[in-house]
Design a binder for this molecule. Structure first.
Ligand SMILES: Nc1ncnc2c1ncn2[C@@H]1O[C@H](COP(=O)(O)OP(=O)(O)OP(=O)(O)O)[C@@H](O)[C@H]1O
Ligand SMILES: [Mg+2]
Length: 480
């Protein structure tokens, strides 16, 4: 716009105000600027008003036509407003911005820009101004947006590390079904949950399940591995800091985990690894919900649901003074113990089939467990629990040549298996040997395996189809 105007203005040394007004086609221009939301105000290089719109008139409480021809210095002298950015722009020959107050204290954010000719002489000064409250509101809204964008950006950094597959939870066994029933109820509350279980039993899976079924499911789920954060960084990670809090920090400050998880769920994994000093700080947040960034003077309310997890014996740690008992009781509001896989054998085959199905789908395969594989999987004691099971199946699928999955090596047999030997196990397509009783047993085994496969490892369903009780099915599978 400035350049278009510039073209219309004759390049003369000393242009009179009247002439300028003519050149600008004043009536038309007046209409345009009167319809502008901002206050607009144009003076010549001495500060004599050439043009002013209705917005300016309102702010100065003067009719626009009365303003034209007057000098801005007179407005300041008579107290119409407290200072003139136009005069500053003339003096400094550069853009000037600032807050101008009228006699009632109403504030405008004004910017005056000198327009120069080719010789570098000022032709006129264009000022526009906007209600300061509006500007403030706009800045506050922008700030809020920036904070939440920052919060989500940080949340995304946490989330990207996590595998988001496997939304479905396997719960075939009585124990797991009971746990699912409890979890689905407590998910809807805001109570703190403590998940206890050996490595690989699905603590994180359960924490995510609870979050997904909670009223907070649309808000972030932030998993934090307490063992993975260096001790000296724990406080700034959890609480965040304001700009300039300490050297080497992010110059814009950083939101803490409590802030990032606000309205959502904070999953404190490996909680036993938190040092005592940090345990006290966490306890304070759990008790008050008040959080303060490092270097900040104000606190804010953190609306966070906590889920903690551990594979350690916290009670024993309390007696060794390694874990605060008050924190333990704060976290242990709803304890959920996830049983080891060997204590919920009904889940083993269901998991095995689920993982096999996933791999078949992923690699477009049609692999199936042999009777031998089924029995070995079922009988192994799984010290690494579900995670180990998943890895074993993946390895089996990748290393086996045909469509029938057999354990060629004795990896499962060696690792403290509860089965004495796998050698006597029949495998598909063998020619049957031995007594009629042996053959019947072998055929029975193969048929049970086939039905188990068809039922996706769900023992209850397989037993129903076979017309036997599930305990009988177990006996037949384990006892082989
Ligand atoms: N009930 C379940 N349904 C489906 N997948 C499961 C289930 N439980 C565990 N898994 C799978 O087993 C693996 C281990 O689970 P997870 O990471 O939740 O265990 P964890 O108890 O947190 O282990 P750790 O203590 O070692 O961190 C994951 O790959 C997960 O997908
Ligand atoms: Mg875990």
């Amino acid at each position: 716009m400035a350049s278009a105007l510039e073209k219309q203005i004759p390049r003369q040394q000393d242009v009179q105000a009247d002439e300028l007004r003519k050149t600008l086609g004043q009536q038309f221009l007046q209409q345009i600027i009167d319809n502008s939301f901002d206050s607009i105000f144009v003076t010549d290089r001495y500060g004599n008003v050439l043009l002013a719109n209705a917005g300016t008139g309102e702010f100065m409480e003067t009719k626009t036509e009365d303003m034209v021809g007057k000098n801005v210095k007179d407005f300041v002298k008579s107290g119409v407003y407290d200072w003139s950015p136009t005069m500053e722009a003339i003096k400094t020959r550069s853009l000037v911005s600032g807050i101008v107050r009228n006699k009632h204290g109403v504030q405008q954010m004004a910017t005056s820009k000198p327009l120069m000719d080719e010789g570098g002489d000022i032709i006129m000064i264009i000022t526009n101004a906007r209600d300061k409250d509006l500007v403030d509101q706009y800045i506050a809204a922008l700030d809020k947006e920036r904070t939440s964008v920052h919060r989500y950006k940080t949340a995304v950094e946490y989330l990207s590390e996590v595998d988001l597959e496997n939304k479905e939870i396997v719960a075939e066994s009585q124990q797991m079904r009971k746990i699912m029933r409890i979890s689905n109820v407590i998910a809807r509350t805001d109570s703190t949950v403590m998940l206890i279980g050996e490595t690989g039993t699905g603590k994180e899976v359960m924490a995510r399940h609870i979050h997904r079924n909670s009223l907070r499911s649309k808000e972030p789920f932030i998993p934090v591995n307490c063992a993975a954060i260096p001790h000296e960084l724990l406080e700034s990670e959890f609480f965040g800091y304001v700009r300039g809090a300490f050297s080497g920090a992010n110059p814009h400050g950083k939101p803490g985990l409590f802030e990032i998880a606000d309205k959502g769920t904070l999953f404190l994994d490996e909680i036993a690894e938190l040092p005592l000093a940090m345990q006290s700080k966490l306890l304070r947040v759990l008790e008050s919900s008040e959080v303060q960034r490092l270097g900040d003077t104000k606190t804010y309310h953190a609306d966070v649901r906590f889920i903690a997890a551990t594979n350690r014996d916290l009670k024993a740690m309390i007696s060794q003074k390694l874990f605060r008992s008050d924190l333990y009781y704060r976290l242990n509001v709803i304890p959920i113990s996830l049983p080891s896989l060997k204590d919920r054998t009904e889940d083993i085959l269901a998991f095995a089939h689920k993982f096999l199905e996933e791999l078949n789908r992923k690699y477009a395969l049609k692999k199936q467990f042999s009777t031998q594989a089924t029995q070995l999987l079922f009988n192994y004691n799984w010290p690494g629990n579900v995670r180990e099971l998943r890895n074993v199946i993946e390895r089996l699928v990748i290393t086996s040549a045909g469509d029938i999955l057999n354990f060629e090596d004795d990896s499962l047999v060696n690792s403290k298996t509860r089965l004495e030997s796998a050698e006597s196990l029949p495998s598909i397509n063998t020619r049957y040997k031995g007594t009629l009783k042996d053959v019947i047993k072998a055929v029975e085994g193969e048929y049970i395996n086939q039905v188990l496969t068809e039922c996706g490892g769900r023992v209850g369903e397989a037993a129903k189809r076979l017309g036997i009780h599930r305990t009988m099915l177990y006996r037949k599978t384990i006892g082989r």
